[in-house]
Ligand binder design. Structure first.
Ligand code: UDP
Length: 393
């Protein structure tokens, strides 16, 4: 069988793998080695600091542009437009590409629907309520197919988007591979929230609750573009006031920081690698006091793979990923969440790793994606007005 070549479009924001925070980039980094093990050639469209072994790279920016994401629209839009412009050019000049697997929000499907010469699978990593105008009227031109990262996410999608859906694939983590074979470290007394510090993740709820319950809470993750507390404090002392232009910095200052005493509630900045894994594996629980419909939840599957129960509000993908009373406890409101946090010790860590090793491995996701690539390649391509010239093989 001839080799399948996939252009994996990771976008301009963070390297693959990311250094610490980066849900989408972590998923792409988990998937690519498994696809290559199955003989797939990968051309990765990313930033220059990406280090994941691939067959070829397409690079628009030398370094990740994550800090620009919270800048005014006209700044962030130019960056993603430049990135997609190059992807479109590369597609026109590389006849060896068979499929595009796109992970770039909004701009990816729009640019590629306008004229990709090959079929496109666009993975929807987002809350689909975000772009009602786009998703409510999206016409993929027969070229773009979409997949969700949970059933609940796709169930909430507008009809126009669902018309192009080929289903959903749960987010994988390399930590799930043989998760049930690894020894588990002893549990400490802390709860942890791993993720961007932002209103929808609800850190303020857990921070307030920790004081009421007498629980310890560790918050890990960036505040806007600031990865370490020292960086944020330095930025806040700058006279230019740039730090305050980030909504997540204002959220931190107004709603979370008043509860952070460095003892019962700590913010340790962004953690990566073995330090992140140890923090999560030794936690009594990871907390998800969600104020949004979490679409896929990388941090959820990572927690299970590390043998740590998931305690959260029952929203978005959580009920699909967590077996109630077996791998975690989900509640309908804050009172229930407080109760669940205190009962976390009743969940068997081995049930968590067992589930992760069966449901959330990169091998499982790679098999699912390969089947989807073949499925979309078997659909008859439209013959009308391609905006990009199909390259001559
Ligand atoms: N993460 C990390 N270090 C941190 C905070 C987060 O490595 O200090 C990683 C976390 O392990 C996960 C990702 O960042 O892989 C967050 O992805 P998720 O899907 O949970 O959140 P979102 O993409 O919505 O921010």
């Amino acid at each position: 069988m001839p080799t399948l070549t996939v252009l994996m479009n990771a976008g301009p924001w963070l390297p693959v793998p990311p250094n610490g925070y980066g849900g989408i980039e972590n998923v792409i980094a988990a998937l690519i080695p498994e696809l290559r093990r199955r003989g797939v050639r990968i051309v990765l469209s990313t930033v220059g600091t990406s280090t994941l072994p691939v067959d070829d790279m397409v690079v628009t920016f030398a370094d990740g542009q994550f800090a620009q994401l919270q800048q005014p629209y006209n700044r962030a839009a130019g960056i993603v437009a430049a990135h997609m412009h190059q992807v479109a050019q590369e597609l026109a000049r590389r006849p060896e590409i068979d499929v595009v697997h796109d992970h770039v929000e909004a701009w990816g499907p729009v640019v590629l629907a306008a004229g990709s010469p090959v079929p496109v699978l666009h993975t929807l990593h987002w809350d689909l309520a975000k772009h009602p105008e786009l998703y409510g009227s999206f016409d993929a031109g027969g070229r773009v197919f979409v997949n969700g990262v949970s059933a609940s996410q796709m169930n909430r999608a507008p009809d126009a988007l669902r018309a192009h859906s080929v289903g959903h694939v749960y987010l994988p983590t390399p930590l799930a591979t043989d998760a049930d074979q690894r020894p588990l470290p002893a549990k400490g007394d802390h709860g942890v929230i791993l993720g961007r510090i932002t209103h929808s993740k609800g850190q303020h709820i857990a921070a307030r609750m920790a004081h009421v319950l007498g629980e310890r809470l560790v918050l890990a993750g960036p505040v806007g573009p600031y990865y370490r507390p020292a960086d944020l404090h330095a930025a806040l002392n700058e006279p230019d006031g740039v730090a305050l232009s980030y909504p997540d910095v204002r959220y931190w200052l107004e709603e979370v920081a008043p509860h952070v005493d460095g003892d019962r509630v700590q913010w340790i900045g962004t953690v990566a690698g073995a330090e992140r894994d140890r923090l999560v594996a030794t936690a009594r629980a990871t907390l998800f006091p969600l104020l949004w419909e979490e679409p896929g939840g990388t941090a959820v599957v990572e927690s299970l793979a590390l043998g740590t129960p998931v305690i959260g509000l029952s929203r978005g993908c959580l009920p699909e990923l967590v077996d109630q009373g077996v791998t975690g406890l989900l509640a309908d409101d804050e009172d229930g969440l407080a109760e669940a946090w205190q009962l976390a010790g009743r969940i068997d860590p081995r049930a968590c790793t067992w589930t992760a090793a069966r449901r959330f491995t990169p091998a499982k996701a790679a098999d699912a994606y390969l089947a989807l690539y073949e499925q979309i390649r078997s659909v008859q391509p439209p013959t009308d007005d391609l905006l990009l010239e199909a390259p001559v093989s």
